[in-house]
Ligand binder design. Sequence first.
Ligand SMILES: [Mg+2]
Length: 425
Amino acid sequence: MRIADCHITPVAVPDPPLLNAAGLHAPYALRLIIELVSDDGISGWGEIPGSKSTRAALAQAAERIIGIDPWQLNAIFARIDQLAQPDDRGATPWDNRAWVHVRSAVEVACYDLLGKATGRPVVDLLGGAVRDRVPFAAYLFYKQAGAGGEHGFEREPTATGWMAARAEAALDHAGIVAQAQAMCSHYGFRSIKLKGGVFPPDAEVASILALREAFGADVPLRLDPNAIWRVDTAISAGNKLSGVLEYYEDPVRGQANMAAVARALDIPLATNMCTTSFADLPGSIQQGSEAIILSDHHFWGGFRASLDLASICRVFGRGLSMHSNSHLGISLAAMVQLAAATPNDLYDCDTHYPWQDGHDLLVKPLQFENGSVALLHEPGLGIEVDRARLAQLHQHYLTCGLTERNDEIEMQKVEPGWSFQATRW
Ligand SMILES: [Mg+2]
């Protein structure tokens, strides 16, 4: 079997106006869909965040892997590594590195291909399942009214339940509790994460305390200020949330600052911004900058790299959770296959999927039941891509005018003069 062809399709998915430390989500989230086609006509799929630089890197990589046997992942990565340039994740909440995304896209698509060729689910190619269901957490955002793009749900007056509720504004703790209730009641989530770094810290502490009051102590809570608090601010807010937070995600920027906050508090710290690569791990372990790493197969370079990370977390006694960006069902299916093959205890994984639900490109989108997604046992990722939906989402990309994620520019449309600050409070 050889890789005979590679198709890269940028897509734009309606995304609500969600607020974060870097500004405001644009009306569409950008993703890249990769399809590898084997010489015997099997397609393997992958999905990664979309940007011009990642698309260019993926196109370069695609040219170099045509003709290779998709089982030869080491040779494929060696070819990609010959092209790869140094990457910087940047200061924003999302990860700007192109080449880890490329490795992930290609590897996931190869695994989907190999699973289909052998009639086995990806989880079996990764060593087999340790769990049959993967639990996810509700992912709350402060937000403005609206459900994203001209194709979003505010244009569907028949929408009910969460599909209607997600177009509501949530700009204070009452709005956040209402959002949590609608999302948890629809999906059955049993853990809750709030994206912070938007309002002054006391307002975000108040939202967490309001969630605790509304949901009780049995629902674990997390707060993620995306690293824009000072050390003293993070310690002061953390002291008010002692015994309330399950974990405190990236309250400050950099391992030394995270370590200082970790020493001052009895809440475990977690990260997807501070320790984000294998090169960062020695510093994390030496300094004790966080207790929990949020893995992400898109950012760590694929399935095998994520399982390597899981091994290191086991060796050094670090917890493991899973990060997400706005995504579609190919990424969700990959997250579920990976989480099912990860032998660590896992915190409930992050997913943005409720914000994109209904816009998916799968023939049969994955379903959440009691907050978790069942592992698919069909070959590969277990999914079928709806090519008409893929074409439609690509059409959105062509017409929406966006080619890069820039939350600062979106925020300036609402609040002229607003600017991103790496440390704000
Ligand atoms: Mg985070």
